[in-house]
Write a protein that binds this ligand. Structure first.
Ligand code: NAD
Length: 282
């Protein structure tokens, strides 16, 4: 089966490599040529445009930064794809963009992911899928090559709504872990030991498990950039507004992420929310 993979960044590059490893014929395209070359080194093929990548493909996957990039490439996918093409967008974008794609007359799924760069490399991503159940069944073997927890959560756009919920929870946990570190340090308690105990109790989470040491050491290389989390908090707040909901903690987390960006930390990992909490208290 041939797959066109558009967007070979931090996430897309290892995901495409895992599809090659699983035996798929993968043709990649990215606006940055180095990333395409890297896929070729790993056994994939190069395309010089979205149209070239899509031609003859059974399935197209996009892993792009945000809704505008997906809106830019989607018409080319619709125009150049064959009649049986399945388009799986795995980027984190607005749910209404996913619904717009579904209205373009091609088979499509929204399938955003959680698990970060490590999950992409290890093929252990959590994947939340919106769209037609038949299309989900068709995509499942391919999704299993990049992910571990794969759930069909509802119609088009539902995957993105679940991802928005994921991002507000992740942002909230990072913010609270940052506050715990600042409290422990200011009180003369070793934050490493303190967080080790938290990680083993009810407060334990994947974030504490994977990131507590790097946070205490102030290592903020991405990972997942503050800029992307800022985009995701905007998606979460827009989804809340559309549903007529007040989500006060989500609003605070969004402000915290916005402050990190305003302080020049947009290119750092989202665990750098710690820098904002520290600055509030210095
Ligand atoms: P990234 O910026 O590293 O990768 C995006 C890639 O898309 C880049 O290589 C860029 O050159 C390419 N690109 C941009 N516009 C393009 C276009 N018009 N045509 C072709 N290529 C284009 O971002 P990432 O971290 O890989 O994230 C991708 C998506 O996955 C985002 O929506 C993000 O929110 C989501 N996500 C990221 C993580 C993470 O930990 N990094 C985790 C879960 C979800």
């Amino acid at each position: 089966m041939s797959i066109a993979f558009i967007g070979l960044g931090i996430m897309g590059s290892p995901m495409a490599a895992n599809l090659v490893r699983a035996g798929y014929d993968v043709t990649g395209y990215d606006v940055t040529q180095d990333r395409v070359d890297q896929l070729v080194d790993r056994g994939g093929h190069a395309a010089r445009s979205v149209a070239e990548a899509v031609k003859g493909a059974d399935t197209v996957i996009t892993m792009l930064p945000d809704s505008p990039q997906v809106e830019q490439v989607a018409p080319t996918i619709v125009d150049h794809g064959g009649p049986d093409l399945l388009y799986i967008d795995m980027s984190t974008i607005r749910p209404d963009t996913s619904r717009w794609i579904a209205g373009q007359g091609i088979r499509s799924l929204d399938a955003p992911v959680s698990g970060g760069e490590k999950g992409a490399i290890d093929a252990t991503l959590s994947i939340m899928v919106g769209g037609d159940p038949q299309d989900f069944e068709r995509a499942l073997p391919l999704l299993k090559a990049v992910g571990k927890t794969i759930v069909h959560v509802g119609p088009s756009g539902a995957g993105q709504t679940v991802k928005a919920a994921n991002q507000l929870v992740v942002g909230g946990i990072y913010g609270l872990v940052a506050e715990a570190i600042v409290l422990l340090e200011a009180s003369g308690v070793d934050p490493g030991k303190g967080l080790d105990v938290l990680a083993g109790g009810l407060a334990g989470s994947r974030i504490l498990e994977l990131k507590r040491r790097s946070m205490v050491a102030r290592e903020f290389a991405p990972g997942f950039r503050i800029d992307l989390h800022h985009k995701d908090m905007g998606i979460a707040l827009a989804a809340a507004r559309e549903a007529g909901l007040a989500l006060p903690l989500t609003g605070q987390v969004a402000q915290l992420v916005a402050a990190a960006r305003a302080q020049g930390h947009g290119a750092l990992d989202h665990s750098a929310l710690l820098k904002v909490i520290e600055r509030l208290n210095s």
